[in-house]
Unconditional design. Structure first.
Lengths: 109, 109
DNA sequence: AAGCTCGGTAAGTCGTAGCTTACGGTTAGT
DNA sequence: ACTAACCGTAAGCTACGACTTACCGAGCTT
């Protein structure tokens, strides 16, 4: 699936954050990730499945190995989600700051 | 603290995502959030503490109530983090696509 | 075809995150 | 001062998620 909130939920785990961070520098195989990370290879494999299901990474068969890499479109989707999020909260913030200064509050009169 | 990875970890929980989503439209009190969300008021209070500790929300005393709202700077920080993330993965992606086409691979010869 | 490397999946354990109820503290109103 | 509204924290329970070991399949090499 390609949902922004599910991506955020997937990125909640620190190990998955580390995996995506490594993959952002270039494609890596499962074993290579397991060498660096403080978890076993099957654990890495399970995390990669989660990241793949939400559309943050994709894999390509490379001989006997399987290369994983970050899907730029997935990151872009998450980025746009935060963008709209940021705009709303900023608008609400500025509106509130305006009410603070000129204390009209004659909204419904 | 004001760390991007800790923000991502905090946003891993769907309830906290929902809380931040509501708050992005404007300030809300704890009780108002609890009315809407499918959890109890103390649960909301605990989630707000997590969101506040990572710098995603801040609160202001308003009489007997306590208004929470999104911190735009917190979202901005997370946004920039994803930006750098996206640029790296895109660069790695394009580089790989280039290697696919012209199969030079005379890197170390 | 046998042996090797690599990786996904199953099964099971364990810690902890999220939830609830109960309680106490603070502010405002009468 | 008493009461009510609102909220944070403590204590405790439960479910789930992250991890491990064990097993098996797929792809090269010789």
């Amino acid at each position: 699936m390609t949902n922004a909130t599910e991506m955020l939920t997937a990125l909640g785990d620190p190990t998955r954050q580390a995996i995506l961070d490594r993959l952002s520098h270039g494609p890596l195989a499962v074993g290579q990730l397991a060498e660096v990370l403080p978890v076993s290879r099957p654990a890495v494999s399970q995390h990669l499945k989660v990241l793949k299901d939400v559309g943050l990474v994709f894999d390509t068969q490379e001989g006997t190995r399987r290369l994983y890499q970050v899907d730029p479109e997935g990151i872009a989707l998450l980025r746009r989600h935060l963008d709209g999020f940021w705009e709303r909260s900023l608008a609400a913030f500025q509106q509130r700051a305006r009410n603070e200064r000129g204390e009209h509050h004659d909204r419904d009169r």
